[in-house]
Design a binder for this molecule. Structure first.
Ligand code: SF4
Ligand code: SF4
Length: 284
């Protein structure tokens, strides 16, 4: 078992990462790089280039023997380091053991309904999360995975087994390379597999004009979802919140209008999806 998890941040109370009040854990590292990612500092591990050291106004990041050291007590969370980093990383990553995370979760236990692991792409640290979920379930809490959907079902079959529900992206059906910067084929089969196990809580698609074939993508997802009325389909209009200048340049002119989003929602409902929502909150 991998005994440490690389964690970008922990949010003790979230009401957007699954049902009820949930503790959300954001794992560091992702296998894709979407043009609109609003937390791109979760994509890569730090390469200790030192660029952020001089830009930290409080001296919370220091260089020591070729590596950076982060002092949480000095950090004011101004995010200057994140804006400085050109490697889609963060100097504020912490390593936790399962037991250390369990103790944090146990402290919030009376106030939360469950935990959700997100990222980055949490399935990349599947072995660690399997152990974490097994431990957390002894508290009677539900365990959700928020994933980009690009995983090998065979490789994470034990994680699937111990996970209560998945929140999964269908980024697009075609043109994945331009959108996600990777060579992978679409992940519709993964969605269908999880649906067949009744393990899906919600599906999300970010509507990025020209980057995705909107009609084809939504039709394919709707076709998969129509027999699962309990699953929510979130249509997320592309937006610029949290994006860097480079990303903003790439998505210029690709943001859908409110009217177009409403029309898409209606179309998906007509295709038989029971629960459809336009949600502007997240574009990970
Ligand atoms: S967020 Fe980054 S730059 Fe700002 S104080 Fe903390 S470590 Fe320094
Ligand atoms: S967080 Fe980014 S800028 Fe800072 S040392 Fe690591 S790679 Fe360099």
């Amino acid at each position: 078992m991998k005994n440490k998890g690389f964690i970008n941040k922990i949010i003790p109370f979230s009401n957007v990462d699954g049902p009820g009040n949930r503790l959300a854990i954001f794992f560091q590292g992702c296998n894709i790089n979407c043009v609109y990612c609003h937390n791109s500092e979760t994509i890569n591990q730090c390469i200790h280039c030192m660029d952020c050291v001089v830009n930290c106004p409080t001296g919370a990041i220091k260089a020591w023997e070729g590596k950076i050291i982060y002092d949480e007590k000095r950090c004011t969370e101004c995010d200057q380091c994140i804006r400085t980093c050109k490697h889609s990383a963060s100097p504020r990553i912490k390593e936790y053991s399962v037991e250390e995370l369990y103790e944090i979760i146990e402290g919030y236990h009376p106030f939360i309904r469950g935990i959700t692991v997100s990222g980055g792409e949490p399935t990349l640290q599947a072995d660690f999360i399997i152990e974490l979920f097994k431990r957390v379930k002894t508290l009677g809490l539900s365990c959700f995975v928020d994933t980009n959907g690009f995983f090998d079902t065979e490789q994470i079959k034990e994680l699937i087994h111990v996970t209560d529900k998945f929140m999964i992206d269908i980024k697009a059906i075609d043109k994945i390379e331009a959108l996600c910067g990777c060579q992978m084929k679409n992940n519709l089969e993964n969605l269908q597999y999880l649906l067949s196990l009744h393990k899906v809580y919600e599906v999300r698609t970010v509507i990025a004009l020209d980057y995705i074939d909107v009609e084809n993508t939504l039709c394919k997802v709707a076709h998969s979802l129509k027999h699962y009325p309990e699953v929510l389909y979130k249509l997320i209009p592309l937006h610029i919140t949290g994006l860097n200048a480079q990303q903003k340049a790439k998505i210029q002119g690709k943001i859908p209008s409110k009217e177009y989003m409403e029309a898409l929602k209606e179309k998906v409902e007509k295709l038989g999806v029971k629960e459809v929502e336009i949600n502007s909150f997240s574009t990970r």
